[in-house]
Design a protein. Sequence first.
Length: 395
Amino acid sequence: MSTGDSAYIKTLNRRILIENIIKYRSISRSDLARLTGLNKSTVSAQVLQMMNEQLIIEKQAGATSNRGRKPILLEINGNAGYSIGIDFDENSIQFQVTNLLGHSIHSLRLNNKNNTPSEAMELIIKTVRDLIQTFNKQYDAVGLTGIGVGIHGIVARSHDIIFTPKMDLTDLPIKQKLEDIFEVPVFIDNNANLCAYAEQVYTSAVSDLFCITMYSGIGLGILKDSEIYRGFQGFAGEIGHMIVEKHGRECPCGNKGCWELYASEKALLHELEAEGLKLKEIDEKDVDYIINHYPKLMESFFDYVAIGLNNIINIFNPETIIINGHLLNNNQNLIDKLTDRLTSRMNNYDTITSSILGKDACSLGGAMIALKHYYDIQTLDFTAYSHFQDKQLVN
């Protein structure tokens, strides 16, 4: 066997072990060997190396009915390092810091209104520098593993920003600048893609998952076989610009009658304002009032949302669809209103639900993309960790 083959196999074995340690939270060496099919000496050698890196720690098992010594369990050392995720939007920039077990240890949202792109970039750099200064002290074994940035626009496979409808970021070298300054890998992606990835990591470990974001526009993040589907050059998922009215409202994209002009929360807010109710955004406490006092408007809104959902389901046949928006999050009754409208015999899907992660999804997805690449693994699964158990849906 050549040196190259040996190094490849060693890397592959490490990847398999890390995936299983994360998935099962606490696991013994013998169980690792049994689950992975690796021999015990290979497992022991890999574990020893990762313990020397402080990536893995040992923990005594709890009470057992068997006599003899309790087994020693292995866990990822969550406090060894951290990742940073950033949701870069027109009016705000959200930062999320997570440890190596995906637990959010810090969240910060800053005002980005009236900033130029260069001013916003300086704000990001300053904030990341402050975060590093704070968290490097506590998470010093590994430190910062990487940075993931979500952009509300079209991002190419090369991480280049192609188009942003609200704030022109096409000439902003985000990836290069952050990598040059902080000397860690930086990943740039569409915000809906990162939302979809966060949902898979934290809430729904299925390989075929769609996430629809419905805030200022409508975006679609697609996970196919656990990989983000970007289409040719990264333009996939711009589902908000699917035309639902032939001679409809004019859209900044150049077309008329785009779906997001009728079914996004921004569109709903415009309709409510025309009816005399002016809101900055839809808060959870406003939902019942809006539904009870503007029934005709809401019926029209749900009809348009259902039209788009029907098209997505018939085109893609997704297993799971997660809808992320202030109006629908944590509200299964409204999700039922949508699914009741999906009456076509051609509709085929497993689950439609709303997001538990909400507005945190994009920044969490950015942190998780960086963490996945640090571990160099195929799948990242924190669904067993109940990081967001307090946000579970109320039926």
